[in-house]
Design a binder for this molecule. Structure first.
Ligand code: ZN
Ligand code: ZN
Length: 187
């Protein structure tokens, strides 16, 4: 399969777009200038509000993520140990109990998924647009149909349907987010 020689623009190891603890900005973002904090859930510490102990990209650095949205339990339902929480424009804060971390007030600013890193690695093997050059199921080099949400391409409706049930249903929205980040100018 031919693979694009151009570099895929999303790189979760990038410290500006995906900052670790030492690179997280302390002020609100300028318009159109966002960052995404990637953390992995190490334990559920919920007492009243959903609260998770997370490990930063820099191994061994721990923070808490506290959900303060309306109906926080619903928004935190995907949060399980081992999953990753990605926080858009997270600003570090110290909570009243002295712990440091991030407070989630806008539910649209988080993305929780188990395999965010793996998906990113997968996308980097694709073209710059993040689109596979052949069907993701059978590798046939045709792109007749695709998922309207995340733009994954297939050779046929049969392959699209098979993928949806085996895997795609779980990763579609994460792929969509990665595609969106890919088109950003990180500056
Ligand atoms: Zn196919
Ligand atoms: Zn999709």
């Amino acid at each position: 399969m031919p693979v694009s020689q151009r570099r895929y623009a999303v790189d979760l190891e990038d410290t500006i777009a995906f900052p670790d603890i030492t690179h997280v900005p302390i002020f609100s973002p300028h318009k159109e200038r966002n960052w995404y904090i990637l953390t992995e859930i190490v334990s559920d510490e919920t007492v009243s509000r959903p609260t998770f102990r997370v490990e930063d990209k820099l191994a061994g650095n721990y923070r808490v993520v506290v959900f303060s949205t309306n109906d926080p339990v619903t928004y935190a339902k995907e949060c399980k140990v081992g999953h990753m929480i990605c926080i858009k424009n997270g600003l570090p804060k110290q909570f009243l109990d002295g712990r440091y971390g991030y407070e989630i007030e806008n539910p649209w600013h988080i993305l929780v998924h188990q395999v965010l890193r793996e998906l990113n690695a997968e996308l980097r093997k694709r073209s710059d647009d993040g689109l596979l050059l052949s069907c993701v199921v059978c590798n046939t080099p045709k792109e007749n149909v695709g998922c309207s949400n995340c733009k994954t391409r297939y050779c046929s409706r049969e392959c699209m349907k098979a993928d949806w049930h085996s895997r795609h249903m779980q990763i579609c929205n994460v792929l969509r987010a990665l595609h969106k980040w890919n088109r950003m100018l990180w500056g």
